[in-house]
Structures are given as C-alpha cells and as structure tokens.
Design a protein around this ligand. Structure first.
Ligand code: FES
Length: 103
C-alpha cells in the first residue's frame, strides 16, 4: 500500500470531482457538500461508466450512464441493483488541505 499526495482540497469544487490514474486504475475523488473527500475507482460496476462525470447527491454518486447509485463511503451499489466499487482511504492534512490517498 502506498500513501500518495494527489492534490489539495481546494482543487475540488463542492459536489465536484477530480480524477487521477495509478498504474492501470482510474480513481475519482469526490468532495461532498460537507467538505468530506472520498475516493473510489472511477468505473461503474454496471457497464464501466465514468463515475466522476456523475451527479453527487448526499454521499452517493449517480452514474451518468444508467443512473445506478453508488455509496461513496462503502462503494456499494444501491438496491435493487447490485455490485460494489473499490474504495480508497483518504486523509487530509488539516494544516494545508493536502489530500493523501492510500492505494
Ligand atoms: S454504467 Fe453505470 S449505471 Fe450503467
């Protein structure tokens, strides 16, 4: 496991996202309305839609392709659909807002 500096909290708009790539994995960072930052693989378990292009609602993202809803804390797909997206641990330095993701 590697802890990587991936940017600053201020780089992500509230309810927005940013992406980065590690090895062959695209990872999406989301900033929720309360400021929390969460990271999941940027690939919907349904047909691979880019979750970073979806709408954030509460702590879920709605896939832009067929509207599956994915919990950004657990990665779980909301029923009645099924599946799960890998999640990654996020730490934020309270002094300077740097975001570290453990991959
Ligand atoms: S690809 Fe995400 S809901 Fe279909």
């Amino acid at each position: 496991m590697n802890k990587m500096l991936v940017g600053k909290v201020t780089d992500i708009d509230l309810l927005g996202s940013r992406t980065f790539r590690v090895n062959d994995t695209d990872i999406a960072l989301f900033r929720l309305s309360d400021g929390e930052v969460l990271a999941v693989e940027n690939k919907c378990p349904h047909k691979g839609g880019a979750l970073s292009e979806g709408m954030v609602c509460g702590s879920k993202v709605h896939c832009p392709l067929h509207d599956w809803r994915i919990d950004l804390h657990s990665g779980a797909v909301q029923e009645p659909d099924t599946g799960c997206v890998p999640t990654f641990n996020v730490e934020i330095d309270p002094d300077n807002g740097s975001i570290y993701v453990t991959i």
